[in-house]
Write a protein that binds this ligand. Structure first.
Ligand SMILES: Nc1ncnc2c1ncn2[C@@H]1O[C@H](COP(=O)(O)OP(=O)(O)O)[C@@H](O)[C@H]1O
Ligand SMILES: [Mg+2]
Length: 374
């Protein structure tokens, strides 16, 4: 493999104010491995959520931004200092009930698309466990979040698409539909999908080319894994024209149903093992491993495009794995990535041979910090 990439994102310090159950903490992180130990309900997931939020400006849980603000507080703030060769970079987000204020190097950033992806994190979380059974929207969100961090074009087209779709659907509900406006919105809607579809296609192709090799590191029993991108016009090579044509053909149906029937908003990513949908056949244990392999493949995808290792956030992942898989996962994680692991069990530490810093979280406070570095 051509791996002369050495860049890796590293967070030096993270600071939280009125975020979930954190009043105020400031925490210096290990550039390599960080382990946060705490009993249930102490704030482990909240901490990782704050870092993932800085990366994608959305919670990876199915909640709205205002849920992140501490009960009875007016706002929350997440900030971090990112290590850089030349000058350390400061990022911060203030979350108000009505919106967000973004700052990079103390400069106000007005467009979310200019902030998303400044830091790149990948989260491994047990809430992913329903991933294969969830509605297509949940799987699209995962792909959209990852693509959005890597491509401004993807993000901006997604914004245009969502807006056009909303406007078109509103128009379709009107009594007397302005056909000229409908035509304009249809063209906009078609055009905005092209880059997104092409991006999703190549992302799936990359993942399919790598995921089996990664899965085999975990399991001695091979399982042929593949993702099928289910899209409206899978064979189209002239998406804009073909989409416009499709919308024109189905215009009466759209008017009848008062909503846009076809398009990106219906896409799905179907995960298969030996050509059968994973949701139908795999055991819980296999699903867990397929998910791990998928996330690790995403990490490789990010590295291949951004030439930089993302920060890995592993939320209580070890408690679900047996000892063999715990060890394999630890060995498989790219050493270049700064990694943050949370766990309820300090016995996980025995498996870890590399230098690390161990923190204890108690009720939204970091109550101890010790490092095994010299
Ligand atoms: N907006 C909020 N304000 C204050 N506390 C919150 C808020 N949201 C969640 N919490 C508290 O955070 C705790 C759960 O933290 P979490 O990080 O999920 O725990 P765990 O360590 O088990 O991962 C709960 O006690 C919950 O009440
Ligand atoms: Mg948790």
């Amino acid at each position: 493999m051509e791996m002369n990439i050495s860049l890796a994102m590293k967070i030096k310090t993270i600071e939280l104010n009125s975020f979930r159950n954190y009043d105020h903490i400031q925490c210096e992180l290990d550039p390599q491995l960080n382990v946060f130990i705490g009993a249930n309900g102490q704030g482990k997931t909240n901490l990782l959520e704050s870092l993932a939020f800085l990366s994608s400006l959305r919670s990876f849980r199915q909640v709205s931004d205002s849920d992140l603000i501490q009960f009875d507080k007016d706002y929350a703030r997440v900030s971090c200092i990112l290590e850089d060769d030349i000058i350390d970079k400061k990022l911060s987000v203030m979350i108000h009930p009505s919106g967000k204020t973004l700052r990079y190097q103390n400069q106000l950033i007005r467009k979310t698309s200019e902030f998303i992806g400044l830091i790149n994190t990948v989260i491994f979380s047990p809430i992913d466990m329903s991933f294969f059974e969830d509605a297509p929207r949940v799987r699209r969100k995962v792909f959209d979040l990852e693509a959005g961090k890597l491509s401004r074009l993807y993000l901006s087209q997604m914004l245009i698409f969502n807006k056009s779709l909303k406007q078109r659907n509103a128009l379709l509900k009107e009594k007397n539909i302005d056909r000229t406006l409908l035509d304009i919105l249809t063209k906009q809607l078609a055009k905005s999908q092209v880059e997104i579809i092409l991006y999703r296609r190549q992302m799936v192709e990359f993942i399919n080319s790598k995921i089996n090799e990664i899965y085999e590191r975990f399991s001695k029993v091979p399982l042929h894994i593949s993702i099928t991108y289910e899209e409206t016009l899978p064979d189209s090579t002239n998406l804009e024209n073909d989409l416009i044509h499709l919308y024109q053909k189905s215009i009466d149906k759209d008017i009848f149903h008062k909503t846009t029937q076809k398009g990106l908003q219906r896409d799905d990513f179907v995960f298969k093992a030996n050509d059968i949908e994973i949701s139908k056949i795999a055991s819980q244990g296999q699903k867990r491993l397929v998910l791990l392999a998928f996330k690790l493949t995403l990490v490789e995808y990010i590295v291949s495009l951004s030439k930089s290792y993302p920060i890995l956030l592993l939320d209580d992942v070890f408690s679900e794995l047996d000892e063999y898989h715990q060890k394999t996962l630890l060995k498989t994680l790219p050493k270049e990535s700064q990694t943050i692991i949370t766990t309820t069990q300090s016995k996980v530490l025995k498996e870890i041979k590399q230098p690390m810093t161990v923190f204890t979280i108690t009720d939204g406070q970091i109550t101890s910090r010790r490092t095994t570095h010299e």
